[in-house]
Design a protein around this ligand. Structure first.
Ligand code: ZN
Ligand code: CA
Length: 369
């Protein structure tokens, strides 16, 4: 049903268009042009101005050929660094970069599969429900673009985001909520040799706090990690400033709150006991979601996958995606695995067959064919 050569060529073409977070302009313009040529009405929202980027989220619409429930397909246009000057090429059964940049299959695989799906609908005259497509910006910055998306413009109540690792056919129905903690300990500097009793070491406060925290795997649904700890100074001065950055995630909001509270308490008690202070900032990044296998998008994705002979598996993910925001705003949305591998590294790659299967899956979800 799909045109493989056209799909591969298009995929490589859009991988080659520079599109790091907040710099998606060139790719957004290209996709706008292509969607318009496919009959879509395309709007760009004002997220670009709000986040200091050069492009906003694209929201595109196509009337259905039958009066049916609309379906939403979505991907993100940005990619992680190093993502400028990508030179994609076919190597054996895979598409790879030249090893100096990421490939950007995360998320160009999804973008290309959706566009190929729309081309197939058009050239084969397949009947389809009303379609909405959302291409977001700055997903790789903790879902910044979709957090500003004007979801009142979206009418679909059944969404598919093409943006997960794993073999095509896997369907993500659960994802965690995430919080970030930024803490700065303030102690008191003093000469380390002449007057150590007058000093309060910010480094020691941080160390004490960390030993009191539960970290890494907390329970099957909850994780926590210290990402960085920064303090510098000469050895003859007691260091009075130490900054620590951490995160926690859970599929369960109450468990996340409990974990974050525990970490905050450890920070505060360490500072208090050593006579210093700590400034703490807790930022909630995105909400969790949990759909069951019978939810409309999950059911539809699974049925379509079976039709095109893909092995179906439902799964939970440990990371966030735009689906966290879509679900939280009342648009039940699953995330489809795209078959890309080693994302966020210069070894990123995607098998040609996986990319083709992804496009076939899109067509099957829409048309049942
Ligand atoms: Zn992604
Ligand atoms: Ca990513």
């Amino acid at each position: 049903m799909i045109n493989r050569e056209r799909l591969y060529a298009y995929f490589m073409e859009i991988c080659a268009i520079d599109s790091e977070p907040k710099s998606e302009r060139l790719l957004a313009d290209r996709l706008k042009e292509d969607l318009t040529a496919l009959g879509f009405m395309v709007n760009e929202d004002d997220t670009g101005e709000k986040i200091g980027g050069n492009a906003g989220n694209l929201i595109a619409r196509l009337d259905g050929t039958a009066p049916d429930q609309p379906l939403l397909f979505s991907c993100h246009m940005d990619r992680v660094a190093p993502g400028v000057g990508v030179k994609p090429r076919v190597e054996g059964d895979f598409i790879v970069s030249d090893g100096t940049t990421v490939l950007g299959a995360d998320d160009a695989a999804g973008l290309a599969a959706i566009i190929e799906g729309m081309k197939v609908l058009r050239e084969k005259n397949l009947s389809h429900p009303p379609l909405e497509i959302v291409f977001t910006v700055a997903e790789e910055l903790a879902l910044l673009g979709s957090s500003h998306l004007d979801s009142s413009q979206i009418t679909s109540r059944c969404g598919f985001i093409l943006d997960a690792g794993g073999p095509v056919g896997e369907i993500v129905i659960q994802a965690p909520e995430q919080a970030k903690i930024n803490a700065v300990f303030h102690g008191r500097s003093a000469h380390a040799g002449f007057a150590p009793e007058e000093g309060i070491s910010a480094i020691q406060m941080a160390a004490l706090a960390i030993t009191r925290m539960k970290l890494l795997r907390i329970d099957p649904e909850t994780t926590a990690n210290i990402g960085s700890i920064q303090a510098t100074g000469p050895t003859n001065i007691i260091c009075d400033r130490c900054q620590l950055q951490a995160e926690a995630r859970s599929l369960d909001s109450a468990k996340l709150r409990a974990q974050v509270e525990g970490m905050v308490k450890a920070l505060e008690s360490a500072a208090a006991e050593m006579g210093g202070t700590v400034e703490i900032e807790v930022q909630s990044c995105y909400p969790s979601y949990r759909l069951d296998q019978g939810a409309e998008p999950a059911r539809r994705a699974a049925e379509a996958a079976r039709q095109v002979n893909l092995p179906v598996r439902f799964k939970a993910t440990g990371g966030g995606s735009d689906a966290n925001h879509f679900n939280n705003r009342g648009i039940p949305t699953v995330v489809l695995s795209c078959g890309y591998e080693k994302v966020h590294t210069t070894g990123e790659r995607i098998a040609l067959d996986q990319l083709a299967s992804l496009a076939e899956w899109v067509v099957a979800i829409i048309s049942g064919e």
